[in-house]
Design a protein around this ligand. Sequence first.
Ligand code: FAD
Length: 278
Amino acid sequence: MSKQIPISFEFFPTKTDVGAEKLKVVHQELQLLNPEFFSVTYGAGGSTRERTLSTINDFNGKGAPVAPHLSCIGDDKARIAELLDLYKSQGIDRIVALRGDLPSGQVGLGELPYAADLVRFIREYSGDHFKIEVAAYPEMHPQAESFDQDIQHFVEKVQAGANAALTQFFFNPDAYFYFVERIQKAGIDIPVAPGIMPISNASNLIRFADGTGAEIPRWIRKQLATYGDDTASIKAFGHEVVVKFCERLLAGGAPSLHFYTMNTTDPTRQLVKDLGLA
Ligand code: FAD
């Protein structure tokens, strides 16, 4: 029997029409797992604006609700307001509000330099229409001055009006439990969904981890390295590790799981099934 733990799936907008058609198939396949919502990323400074919008159009109204990501750095309030109006007119009522990262060399933080500013703006502009998710970093955001400062900035996002959080991916359950304990001590009780990255390709995983500041524990890196190009062993090992990781998170009270699907059906589908969450 499946457990009543909400799950959600993240996509990024594809670059080509062919890619978009493939993603529609993935969306249909993952839809069968009954997610609470699908989210679609948005390139900082509006770099994927049109492609995010067309992906949202492809999925909106077809099964589970869709939650567009919206980043603020390098963008201005008028352009963000346009998107909020559009999403509202399309019946969308959930937004993932982020700061984003500017491409190297680009300067000018824009009118809303931090995610808390964006959350505040969404509340001022759209009232309570949107359920707002924000990002959380159990292993600390890579640019944070300190863990304490990062917690404080997270608290500011919630005080500005965020309703829930999705975390960066990570593989250390204790980091998540400690993060939740710290925000609870700071008086915050919004649900924090751990972000789950399936492991199916060692070099991609290392690239994403290096790009986001997420830590791959040494024992996982070492084990992956021993498999070389043996993708079947990497997938089998990765699946086992991530299932156990999710089980620990759920046993420790994680309220839901947010999967970074990387726009593919498997291995996310296999994880969800083996966890008994489908
Ligand atoms: P913030 O919460 O603003 O924090 C950013 C940094 O600034 C932190 O170090 C924080 O401690 C610090 N800070 C915050 N407020 C202040 C202040 N007042 N003074 C000084 N320092 C401060 N990026 C995209 O571009 N598009 C996406 O679609 C996207 N989706 C994501 C989804 C998830 C679930 C996650 C976890 C990340 C996602 N990102 C995305 C990446 C994210 O934009 C980056 O990690 C970015 O560097 C920080 O975004 P944030 O919303 O956490 O920023």
